[in-house]
Design a protein around this ligand. Structure first.
Ligand code: MRU
Length: 389
């Protein structure tokens, strides 16, 4: 059985007010931790993608919110004196955090959960100080519970997939999977979702090879997933985004596993741009397509994928690649000197840069959450996720 290695860390806290995140813009060539000292720091880090991945941005927003309130309590800020004072302070802060990125619903789920805590504590007749304490505890829970649920869904999904492969005449071992983007420790509070499932199969000796796309234009695959798989010593192969069809034609791929930024009630799923391409090709090759995400990613208020807001990133981001200078300018064994390089003519007009696409439910074989594995009923093109949430 392969040795289990520890994954990377996206967020460090001292359990009190100090929060640090690894600057994912500089990975994999430099590891720089940045301190998040305010709500604005958190908002900026999420918006500029120093931290990214739906669960990780929800965790950071919650922790920054908790730290902000904790500082207010320590300094006996005026608003703490009354429940309505707390509401007046907290409501715009949560609304502001919610605007940092629009597609990942986990951020909204976290801010709504904190608003619900606020309402419940006020109705219970608590003092301003007690309400702040409740909010701080709830915010920490949002971060703390992530790793446990990631491990659960990884196990549910990994065992289920191995069984499906066995039922179809395979051994259920040496499973070859393709993933898109980065869904590991860096995208969550730890272990990961789709990458968690891959890690679980590796830990239980059932993984063959994990293939992953580079994931242009931000290269979450070649920069972040590559680093995570290397750190965990997982057998893996990187492919360019354009090679998915070729991979399916020439290799025995048992499943595509991806994360999600928002899942509509019918199962339509928004995830990193390029996921839909992989799903269409998987359907053509009769390869199971599995979405792994926490329940907080399911948005029952959105009936289908047409209602999911899709973030478009600044056009310039699609014109740039970032990385280390190669060959290294010195003889240094590690090359941390960073460069951002423009790959288009300067001043190029007309750039399409949606950050996510929507994979219709009919192309999805299973949606795995911490509650188990949901599949579509025979003959149905959509999921009924209201039964799962
Ligand atoms: O733009 P990003 O890097 O935040 O996009 C991340 C993804 O699309 C992930 O697949 C998704 O958030 C799931 S992370 C566990």
């Amino acid at each position: 059985m392969p040795a289990t290695k520890t994954g990377l860390i996206s967020i460090k806290t001292d359990g009190d007010d100090k929060i640090e995140i690894v600057n994912q813009l500089l990975l994999p060539h430099a590891t720089e931790f940045i301190e998040i000292k305010s709500i604005d720091d958190a908002h900026d880090a999420i918006k500029t993608m120093k931290i990214r991945g739906a669960p990780a941005i929800a965790s950071l927003a919650a922790l920054a919110f908790a730290a902000d309130l904790s500082r207010a309590l320590k300094s006996s800020a005026d608003f703490v004196a009354s429940p309505e004072g707390v509401r007046a302070y907290v409501t715009p802060v949560l609304a502001h955090l919610y605007t940092a990125r629009p597609t990942a619903v986990n951020l909204g789920a976290a801010t709504r959960r904190l608003t619900a805590t606020l309402d419940a504590s006020i109705v219970a007749g608590k003092t301003g100080q007690e309400i702040c304490a409740d909010l701080i505890a709830e915010a920490h829970k949002i971060n703390d519970e992530d790793v446990g649920r990631n491990k659960k869904m990884s196990q549910w999904g990994g065992d289920w997939l191995a069984d499906v492969v066995k039922q179809n005449g395979g051994s259920g071992n040496e499973l070859n999977l393709l993933t898109v983007c980065n869904t590991g420790s860096l995208a969550t509070s730890g272990y990961g979702t789709a990458l968690g499932l891959i890690t679980y199969l590796h830990e239980t000796g059932k993984l063959g090879t994990a293939y992953y796309t580079q994931t242009a234009p931000y290269h979450q695959g070649s920069r972040l997933t590559a680093l995570e798989l290397q750190t965990l010593d997982i057998n893996s192969v990187m492919i360019c985004d354009t090679m998915v069809g070729s991979l399916f034609q020439h290799h025995n791929i048992h499943a595509v596993v991806v994360g999600a930024d928002r899942i509509a009630k019918n199962g339509d799923t928004a995830n990193k741009i390029g996921t839909y391409n992989a799903a269409v090709l998987a359907a053509r090759h009769k390869i199971p397509f599995i979405v792994v995400a926490p329940i907080s990613t399911v948005d029952l208020a959105v009936a289908d994928g047409s209602g999911i807001p899709i973030e478009h990133r600044p056009p310039l981001e699609a014109c740039l690649v970032r990385g280390a200078i190669y060959p290294p300018p010195s003889d240094a064994a590690t090359n941390a000197e960073q460069a951002v390089v423009m790959i288009t003519p300067p001043g190029l007009k007309g750039i399409y840069n949606p950050s996510f696409d929507v994979t219709p439910a009919e192309l999805i074989t299973a949606i795995v959450t911490e509650k188990g594995v949901a599949t579509r009923r025979a003959g149905e093109a959509v999921f009924d996720l209201s039964a799962v949430v």
